[in-house]
Every structure is written in structure tokens, then in C-alpha cells.
Design a protein around this ligand. Structure first.
Ligand code: ADP
Length: 279
């Protein structure tokens, strides 16, 4: 009994020292416990090396992202500027479509680089998501307002249902981006004249915000893939996009302990449900 208590106390001390970062191997003897202590020391050394490697990789990504964003900013802005000037001054009808394409493609490239930089900053922890418990009203109003222009162009009506005063855990800036992506998609993949509905429902652990459209729908076999980076559905070929939106949306929600689900039927529409934690 005394022996067992002694072993437990020593193990407890080893763990305590490991937590405090003060673990040192005591003198080696032939006991099983001493062998265990030695293995534990090895494990801590490997763990430390792995953590150092991860930290070094994170720092490398950080500087690569800053370099890309810094080095491409000026040349791209110049390409855009000259393409716009060309477009304004080009009097040759036959050349107009080419000049326009240069501008459109440069704008796409700029959007893609900006999205990748944002994504990588969030992924590597360079920018933080700071979720706090707050009413979802600001979030829904902001996202709907942000998408109103695009909806209007396509004569799509937007309606909001449910109690928007419920509180959930989220970072306003990032979650606006996540919900904005869902609204943009709902508008993009829906026919002109249809309706996009945003509704709020409360569950015991989560507040659910759903974005429902009457658009083209997503084939069942693609419904898991659409959240992958750069994945574009077979239904998306006629639409602009780069396949980053849903990947980004899911990552933002994960950072605030939320999640996203999709339910969709081909030819009938899609419903994306965002679950934000309640506290
Ligand atoms: P993008 O729209 O730029 O292609 P996303 O990551 O936002 O990229 O979406 C990935 C894919 O999911 C889209 O290419 C499309 O196939 C599908 N998708 C997303 N939202 C909808 C929607 N509301 N209705 C139909 N398909 C959708």
C-alpha cells in the first residue's frame, strides 16, 4: 500500500513538473518507475521539438503571406488602373472586348489574392476571431444590407423571419463575412425574381440562422465537397466564383465553436444552416 502511494505521488509530481515546464529526470536506477520517467522525458523532448517546428512553420507562412500581399499590391493596382484607362480611351470597337477582359481578369486576380491572404491570416492565427455573446440582430441586419444591392440587380426579394434579438457567441466582423458569403451564393445560384429567406431559430445549445433559396440546388453527392477549398460545383460553371466562400465560412464558424449544415434538392433550392453557440 505504502509502495503504491509512493509511486502515485511520484507520477503526480512528474505530471505537475511537466505542466510547469520544470520536469527533470532524477538519477537513473533499475526500477520500472525510473524507466517510465526516462520514457516520459523522451516524450516531452519530442513534443517540444514538434511545437517548435509548428511555431517555425507558422512564422514562415506569416512572412510569406505578408510578402505576397505586399509585393503584388502595387503591380496589380497598376494593371487595373491602366486597363481602366485603356477601356475609357479605346475607340476601336474590335479591341473593346479584349481590353474589358484584361480589367475583369485583373479584378478577379485581385479578389483572389485578397481572399487567400485573409484566409491564411485567419488560419495561421495572425488575425484573431474574438467571439462574444451578443444579439444576432446586428449580424443579420448587416449581412442582409450588404447583399441588398446584388439582390436588387437580380430582382430577388430578401425576407427575414424569427426573433432576431436572440443572443449567440460570435465575432461580428468575421461572421458578417460568413453570412454574407451564404447570402451572395443564395442570390448568385437563384433565378431572377425569386426570394431568399433568412430565418432565426433557437435551440437549447445553439442559435440557428438559415439562408434558404429557391435556386438550382446542389447534387447530393457534392454536398460534402462544396466546403472544400477551391471546390466548385457542377452547377456553378455559368457563374463567377473561385470556390473559397464556403471553405472560409466553415472555418470562421469553427473558430467560434459553431458549425454549418446544408440541405438541398436539385431544381428546388438550398438551405444553409449556421449554428452559433449560446452561452
Ligand atoms: P463559389 O460560389 O465561388 O463557386 P463557394 O465556396 O461559395 O464557391 O461554393 C462552392 C460551391 O457550392 C459552388 O461552386 C456551388 O456549386 C455550390 N453552392 C454554394 N451555395 C449554393 C447555393 N445557394 N445554391 C446552389 N449551389 C451552391
Amino acid at each position: 500500500m505504502r509502495q503504491t502511494t509512493k509511486i502515485i505521488n511520484r507520477l503526480d509530481k512528474m505530471i505537475e513538473d511537466a505542466i510547469n515546464g520544470t520536469f527533470v529526470e532524477s538519477g537513473y536506477d533499475e526500477t520500472e518507475l525510473s524507466r517510465l520517467e526516462s520514457r516520459f522525458h523522451q516524450y516531452l523532448a519530442i513534443k517540444e521539438t514538434t511545437e517548435e517546428k509548428i511555431e517555425a512553420e507558422r512564422a514562415a507562412i506569416k512572412s510569406l503571406v505578408s510578402d505576397i500581399s505586399h509585393q503584388t499590391k502595387t503591380p496589380l493596382a497598376n494593371v487595373l488602373l491602366y486597363a481602366q484607362l485603356l477601356e475609357e480611351q479605346c475607340t476601336d470597337e474590335a479591341l473593346n472586348p479584349y481590353v474589358r477582359q484584361i480589367r475583369v481578369q485583373a479584378e478577379k486576380l485581385q479578389f483572389l489574392i485578397q481572399s487567400l491572404v485573409k484566409l491564411s491570416r485567419l488560419e495561421s492565427g495572425m488575425v484573431e476571431s474574438n467571439p462574444i455573446s451578443q444579439s444576432v440582430e446586428l449580424l443579420i441586419e448587416g449581412a442582409v444590407e450588404g447583399a441588398r444591392g446584388r439582390a436588387k440587380t437580380k430582382q430577388i426579394a430578401m425576407e427575414v423571419k424569427g426573433d432576431v434579438h436572440m443572443s449567440a457567441l460570435y465575432d461580428l466582423r468575421w461572421t458578417l463575412e460568413a453570412l454574407g458569403n451564404l447570402l451572395d451564393n443564395a442570390i448568385k445560384y437563384s433565378p431572377a425574381g425569386s426570394t431568399v429567406t433568412v430565418s432565426v431559430r433557437s435551440y437549447e445549445m445553439f442559435v440557428c440562422i438559415s439562408v434558404e433559396d429557391k435556386g438550382c440546388g446542389i447534387p447530393e453527392q457534392e454536398q460534402a465537397q462544396i466546403f472544400e477549398r477551391f471546390y466548385r460545383g457542377t452547377n456553378a460553371m455559368d457563374e463567377e466564383g473561385n470556390g473559397i466562400g464556403l471553405y472560409f465560412t466553415r472555418m470562421i464558424l469553427q473558430k467560434e465553436q459553431g458549425y454549418i449544415k446544408v440541405d438541398s434538392k436539385m431544381g428546388q433550392g438550398s438551405c444553409f444552416q449556421v449554428f452559433l453557440k449560446r452561452i
